[in-house]
Design a protein around this ligand. Structure first.
Ligand code: GDP
Ligand code: IMO
Ligand code: MG
Length: 431
């Protein structure tokens, strides 16, 4: 069965959007299945640049069907704006986008609570995107959330919204001393969203399984990154969804037996936005060399926050490959290393005199680990024009060999710039 999952192997922003856009050329169906508009992907194709949050990154290819599956958390207002923006850019979605009735909806109180809870945490704040993801996911787990299927059923929605808001009002008034929610104003707004989104509601999970039975390629686009996984990431500095390949599959309602490949997207260095440890943090002087590169673009697509930068951490990369069952690697942003004389890669951690080959579970220990680096010579040549692996400088190939050897996986695609053409297809079967 031609099911392919694409996952990020670090703390998100690995360049999944570009990779999914590239792979979409040969896919028939593209699916977002977990997380919400806390994700942000920038895709650049044929001179067009588009920022995506909920819509799958394959939408620029008119031949693909796009899906937002049951595992997603949908802010209806944000989704409607995104659909509108895409349509203004000439991408008609009415026939091409399908939304699962099972997806939960984000309500204004979720964003409110996201911000209130962050404020309460003070210096221990997670640095969330403020999009209401955590509170919405918590309501789903507590079995009090509202879903797309209810949003498009006005009478049922009205009843359930009232129960939901009355319960939230107790929390807002008693814990935070705030005014109660204006339930009828929320209902008015959300009933308009329901009307606008109703035509997109479809049996996503059934359609996808049928497509797999017809042997059509289904690309499942993971959001965020492995280290933001709610269970196995750098807890508590994580998001609230399962970001692993298994979570992507579960959120799409597709059985794991239908998946053939898991492509793990690895940035040639590490970035992180929000709080939490980044063991391989780069010193400010070296950081200037990164920042001076064209197309550095390490500013969040969703919140505009600057991303923190670290060397490539192979301990985390290998751990992430195992958690996801990665079958092939995709290396991105190799071009950003082009001007460096020397490049460090982390191959182990030292903690209290012991050497660790995987990250510790305790966040306080991950804060304290000392990275063990291997230093590799840089290539100090532009890689942006390379289209074949043999066109890469020898030291760049040695860097890739190191990654392959450490993770025990091959690299099937290398990205050397944000544009579609700035790509090396190592595994020719992919395109
Ligand atoms: P995502 O969340 O994983 O989809 O990644 P983002 O889109 O948030 O961030 C990746 C950024 O790097 C985007 O601005 C991309 O346009 C850009 N990008 C992707 N691949 C490459 C690459 O190989 N080189 C460079 N210089 N930029 C890239
Ligand atoms: P993409 O798909 C980078 C981070 C936030 C914060 C933490 C929790 O673009 O790779 P949340 O709002 O989810 O409760 O915030 O998770 N985070 C991301 N960081 N890229 C993302 O997605 C992210 N999605 C969530 O910055 O630290
Ligand atoms: Mg991103």
């Amino acid at each position: 069965m031609p099911g392919i999952i694409v996952v990020g192997l670090q703390w998100g922003d690995e360049g999944k959007g570009k990779v999914v856009d590239m792979l979409s050329a040969r896919a028939s169906h593209i699916v977002r299945s977990q997380g919400g508009n806390n994700a942000g992907h920038t895709v650049i194709a044929e001179g067009k640049e588009i920022a995506l949050h909920l819509l799958p990154s394959g939408i620029l290819h008119p031949h693909v069907q796009c899906y937002i599956a049951g595992g997603c958390l949908i802010d209806p207002q944000v989704l409607i704006e995104e659909i509108k923006r895409a349509e203004e850019g000439g991408i008609a979605l009415i026939e091409r986008l399908k939304i699962s009735p099972y997806a939960h909806i984000i309500l204004p109180v979720h964003q409110m609570l996201d911000r209130l809870k962050e404020k309460e945490k003070g210096e221990n704040a997670i640095g969330t995107t403020g999009r209401g993801i955590g509170p919405c996911a918590a309501d789903r787990s507590s079995r009090v959330g509202l879903r797309m299927v209810e949003l498009v059923s006005p009478d049922i929605f009205s009843e359930k919204l009232e129960v939901f808001c009355e319960s939230k009002n107790k929390e807002l008034e008693k814990i935070y001393g705030l005014e109660p929610l204006d339930i009828s104003a929320i209902y008015d707004d959300y009933s308009i969203y329901g009307e606008l989104l109703r035509p997109f509601i479809a049996d996503v999970e059934g359609l996808l399984t049928d497509a797999l039975f017809r042997d059509e390629t289904v690309l499942l686009e993971g959001a965020h990154g492995t280290l933001l996984d709610t269970v196995f990431g750098s807890y508590p500095f994580v998001t609230s969804s399962s970001t692993l390949a298994s979570g992507v599959c579960a959120g799409a309602g597709i059985g794991p037996g239908y998946v053939d490949e898991v492509f793990g997207v690895l940035k040639a260095y590490t970035t992180r936005v929000g709080s939490g440890p980044l063991p391989t943090t780069i010193d400010p002087d070296t950081l200037e060399d990164f920042r001076s590169m064209d197309d550095f673009r390490e500013v969040g697509t969703t919140t505009g926050r600057e991303r923190r930068i670290g060397w490539l951490d192979l301990v985390l990369a290998r751990h992430a490959c195992r958690l996801n069952g990665v079958t092939q690697l995709v290396l991105t942003k190799l071009d950003i290393l082009d001007s460096l004389e020397e490049i460090c890669v982390c191959v182990g951690y030292s903690l209290d005199g012991e050497t660790l080959d995987k990250p510790p579970a305790l966040i306080e220990d991950l804060e304290r680990v000392e990275p063990i680096y291997e230093t590799m010579p840089g290539w100090m040549t532009s890689t942006k024009q390379a289209r074949k692996i043999r066109q890469l400088p020898e030291n760049a190939r040695a860097y890739i060999d190191k990654i392959e050897e450490f993770c025990n996986l091959s690299v099937g695609m290398i990205s050397v710039g944000p544009g579609r053409e700035e790509t090396i297809q190592v595994d020719e079967e992919w395109m």
